[in-house]
Design a protein around this ligand. Structure first.
Ligand SMILES: O=P(O)(O)OC[C@H]1O[C@H](O)[C@H](O)[C@@H](O)[C@@H]1O
Length: 529
């Protein structure tokens, strides 16, 4: 099937597609997880066509190439092996002459040993055991750890975790104000150890710690592929520098030593459950037939919405405050991976690639932007998520309210309310017919707005590992549909280079006249403020 043929299958409304078999035919389960896409405009023909497209693109071959460590990140000449990061103890894996299993398991063991030592107070500051851990990192060296730390806050029993990402001093200042610095451990997390935001923030933290304690170096550890830079720039010794291979992409790195703050906060055992959940999804993604393969189905729905129906965004709404950061995490995962203009071969893509990913936790989202989702003339698909069980005993009733809201929104979006129904309802409620007729258009819901649902028993470390691994595998599959390299991010380079060039102008060392007209205006204005 080609893209035009896919578009041609778009037409029947969600209501028209419903029959008694719809749910069974358009949902799939993996253990306790349900992926329900019955309230979308997906038809049998569209789905068949999408499966054909995957076959034409040799999806299974590319998937296997990823798992077995072929260098599918061709523009950087790298393997893509985040799946290897969650392999269980005892696994053997070689790629060419590289012993992947040894690399992963040794580095995991070193991180676990350090995490245990920090938790037990065996590795401690002069003033005593560490009470606070501050992760300094940005992008993939921040978003994954932040997401997991927030989602599993109820499981945390180690030192308190803090995250400083932006070079904006506010977050670091807050750490300085609220933590007992004599018992605070700073972790500098940067794959490249060259990201300006992270490096500048870390320098500030080091300078402050040198004023605070006799041996500041004790308070620093590093997570990076460049241990020499960590030693050179911050004096961090090898035993507190946790390395990983360049085949761990930043946005896929929460499973690597980048997860060290989580290992300290949760403990290795729960972090291990998080890895195990992801590994289960890896096995499922690698072996389940297309029609029962959750990430494949999620990708088919994603591509259907983007390229079959033409929706420019997708709105992710977890009915779970603990997952409030998930939309941000997915923004990096999906938009940095698949927001591409050329194919792996370097030819311009002939179809729209990554949609805009956005969203926030429900029900809060309902009270903010759902108005637009229900009634704007531009529909956007939604992706709901919810746990069946509450965070702890005693909260069952609140969880039921959340679930009812999630289901109700999905119904309202799909089926809406006609003008006639709106008018009749108002008249039944005692309103006069003239006023009811006037108000009816405002109270009409057009419906036929798609949503999917991912439901699971509870948000445990294992489930969270599964949720993130599902998203990764979906992202990979969408990349195969679009024919792009999902594992580079050249699109972030230009702005970084220009920012470095711009600094002397902002500092006033170069005159505003030395830049082009478009910038000399704002620069001159800035200097006048
Ligand atoms: O971990 P680092 O090397 O400091 O990189 C941090 C982030 O910055 C870059 O700009 C990339 O866009 C991200 O993919 C990366 O995660």
């Amino acid at each position: 099937m080609n893209w035009n043929e896919l578009k041609a299958t778009f037409g029947p409304t969600i209501a028209e597609l419903q029959d008694e078999d719809r749910f069974l035919g358009f949902s799939a389960t993996f253990d306790d997880m349900l992926f329900d896409y019955s309230r979308t405009q997906m038809t049998d023909d569209a789905r068949e066509g999408l499966f054909d497209m995957l076959e034409e693109r040799e999806f299974e071959l590319i998937r296997e190439a990823m798992y077995s460590g072929e260098k599918i990140n061709v523009t950087e000449g790298r393997r893509v092996l985040h799946t290897a990061l969650r392999m269980p103890e005892g696994t053997r894996m070689m790629a060419d002459d590289e012993d992947i299993a040894a690399t992963v398991l040794d580095s995991r063991a070193a991180c676990y040993a350090f995490a245990d030592a920090v938790r037990a107070g065996e590795y401690a500051a002069a003033a005593g055991a560490f009470t606070d851990v501050v992760n300094i990192g940005i992008g993939g060296s921040d978003l994954g750890p932040v997401l997991v730390a927030e989602a599993l806050v109820a499981d945390m029993d180690g030192p308190r975790l803090h995250f400083v990402s932006n070079v904006d001093g506010a977050a670091l200042n807050q750490v300085f104000q609220t933590c007992d610095l004599s018992r605070t451990l700073f972790i500098i997390a940067s794959k490249s150890f060259g990201t300006i935001e992270t490096m500048e923030t870390a320098k500030m933290a080091l300078a402050r710690m040198q004023d605070e304690v006799a041996d500041a170096s004790v308070h620093f550890a590093a997570l990076t592929t460049k241990p020499d830079a960590a030693a050179e720039q911050f004096g961090i010794p090898a035993q507190r520098c946790f390395g990983f291979a360049d085949w761990v992409g930043g946005r896929f790195s929460v499973w690597s030593p980048i997860g060290l703050p989580l290992m300290i906060g949760l403990g290795p055992q729960k972090f291990g459950e998080f890895l195990a959940g992801a590994h289960e999804v890896d096995e499922h993604f690698r072996t389940a037939p297309l029609g029962q393969n959750l990430p494949v189905l999620m990708a088919c729905v994603g591509v259907w919405h983007r390229n079959g129906c033409g929706y420019p965004t997708r709105c992710v709404v977890p009915y779970d405050t603990r997952l409030a950061t998930l939309p941000q995490y997915l923004q990096q995962l999906d938009m940095e991976s698949n927001g591409k203009r050329v194919t792996v071969e370097g030819d311009e893509v002939d179809v729209a690639t990554s949609p805009v990913v956005w969203g926030s936790a429900g029900t809060n989202a309902q009270h903010a932007y759902f108005q637009m989702l229900h009634q704007s003339p531009t529909p956007q698909p939604l992706e709901f998520m919810i746990a069946a069980k509450p965070v702890a005993e005693g909260f069952e009733h609140m969880q039921k309210i959340l679930i009812a809201n999630c289901f109700a929104q999905s119904q309202a979006l799909a089926y809406g309310r006609s003008e006639k129904e709106a008018e009749d309802l108002m008249i039944e409620g005692g309103m006069g017919p003239v006023e009811a007729r006037e108000l009816a258009p405002h109270r009409t819901f057009p419906g036929n707005r798609p949503s999917t649902l991912l439901m699971y028993r509870e948000l445990s470390p294992r489930t969270l590992g599964r949720i993130i691994a599902l998203a990764e595998a979906r992202c990979f599959t969408e990349g195969v549909f679009w024919g792009v390299n999902s594992f580079d991010q050249w699109g972030v380079e230009l702005g970084k280079v220009l920012a470095t060039d711009m600094l002397p102008h902002v500092e006033g060392r170069f005159s505003p006249d030395m830049v082009d007209e478009a910038l000399s205006g704002p620069l001159a204005h800035y200097h006048g403020l």
